[in-house]
Ligand binder design. Structure first.
Ligand SMILES: [Mg+2]
Length: 410
């Protein structure tokens, strides 16, 4: 089989409300690029990448010279064609490679009539548990609803998500308000949901000393792990020495070099594997094997997915025996998906692993057109700016916190 064409389409998917994080916000929408890889046998495989626009579409078009005529079953060959580790010093294509790898696995599964998880060794679970992924939110631009700022709003949002989707693990995305305020929020979640598990992730915004203070203050709670409280491997190692909660990251161990460094001189206990950051589903499975050997924890990271990427997370989670925690997903913040039948459903806080051929999800061509049109109307957004504070920009460590007494502007 040979690859005969490659198409990339950028889409925009509205969110229920803008999501705040330490570097700015998702401005009420996600921008994603959907990739279609076509073969001489008429099979089409789908991939997905974060961000988009002309530059992303051109970047994929630029790969045609490498991929036209390539056999989609030859994944290792493809890795070196696109992501040769020394050539990548000049040309880092990890995320592009990930999207193409998803599409090739989709094609392989469709050709053989088997789900991707079967190509990866077979699933060891049928459903993947997810965390609620709570964000501080600005009000929805159109309706003015959906703000999450006060402790009451946060608890209401958590109650609603728990009732609707069945979550029993809650992740609080922080790094927005002063640490003492976010600590009060986190404690309020622990009080309101004493049976549930918790995790906190301020995206590396705290100083090492703040991270130690915060961590020691929550040691007695039902914590899964302490995710990127401060920036950098050395900062995380200092926090780990002083706080009795497993550390986790999706920022400082996102490739094999960093994983090796972390094994030799541990800073991180739980590696959050992202099928995009690591360059595909297969590198994540390989990294999970290293973690299994060294008895590091593993969970599934979310980089703001639509249904295709979500499927890659489900297949990866299904085949990794040492998956030790619920996965993260932004997915429930989306208002729709580009899949036939709309969004995949949560049941009791989990999503069923697709068993159809390939990735096991079907793209709705009308929706793809509809949301590509929406992207053309609205364009992208600066992830590292806050729409409610036009002159603000993030420092690392943070410190220019938002004021929790100040209602956010949509
Ligand atoms: Mg994180």
């Amino acid at each position: 089989m040979k690859i005969t064409d490659l198409r990339a389409t950028t889409v925009m998917m509205p969110l229920e409300a803008p999501l705040r994080h330490s570097n700015g916000a998702h401005w009420g929408r996600f921008v994603r690029t959907i990739v279609e890889v076509e073969t001489d046998e008429g099979l089409i495989g789908y991939g997905e990448m974060g961000g988009g626009g002309e530059s992303a579409e051109l970047a994929f078009a630029g790969l045609k010279a490498y991929l036209l005529g390539h056999d989609p079953f030859q994944l290792e060959e493809m890795r070196f064609k696109i992501c040769n580790p020394t050539a990548s010093l000049y040309n880092n294509r990890t995320q592009l490679h990930a999207a193409i790898e998803f599409a090739c696995l989709d094609i392989m599964g469709k050709k053989l009539g088997v789900p991707v998880h079967q190509l990866l060794g077979g699933k060891v679970r049928d459903r993947i548990d997810f965390a609620s992924y709570l964000f501080y939110r600005l009000p929805n631009e159109r309706t003015g609803a959906g703000e999450v700022r006060t402790i009451e709003q946060l608890l209401d949002n958590c109650r609603e998500l728990k009732a609707r989707h069945g979550f029993t693990v809650h992740k609080l995305k922080g790094g927005v308000y002063p640490p003492e305020y976010e600590l009060a929020c986190y404690r309020a979640l622990a009080d309101a949901f004493p049976q549930d598990r918790l995790r906190y992730d301020p995206n590396g915004a705290l100083t090492v000393e703040e991270a130690i203070r915060f961590g020691q203050a929550i040691e007695g709670l039902n914590n899964d792990y302490y995710e990127d409280p401060t920036w950098g491997m050395n900062g995380m190692r200092r926090v780990r020495e002083m706080v009795r909660i497993p550390t986790a990251t999706n920022t400082v161990v996102i490739n094999f070099e960093q994983l090796a460094a972390n094994v030799r001189d541990p800073a991180i206990d739980v590696i959050l594997l992202d099928t995009t950051f690591w360059g595909g589903i297969r590198p994540c499975v390989k990294a999970a094997g290293v973690c299994e050997t060294f008895q590091l924890g593993v969970a599934v990271h979310s980089s703001g997915e639509l249904g295709i990427q979500l499927a890659t997370m489900l297949h990866m989670g299904a085949v990794v025996p040492n998956l030790s925690h619920a996965a993260d997903a932004h997915y429930h913040h989306l208002t729709d998906d580009i899949l036939v039948g709309g969004k995949l459903a949560y049941e009791d806080g989990a999503i069923r692993v697709p068993d159809g051929p390939g990735l096991g999800v079907e793209v709705d061509r009308d929706k793809l057109r509809q949301y590509a049109e929406l992207y053309r109307e609205h364009g992208g957004y600066p992830y590292d700016r806050d729409p409610s504070r036009p002159d603000w920009y993030a420092l690392v460590p943070g410190g220019k916190w938002a004021d929790p007494a100040q209602p956010g502007r949509p």
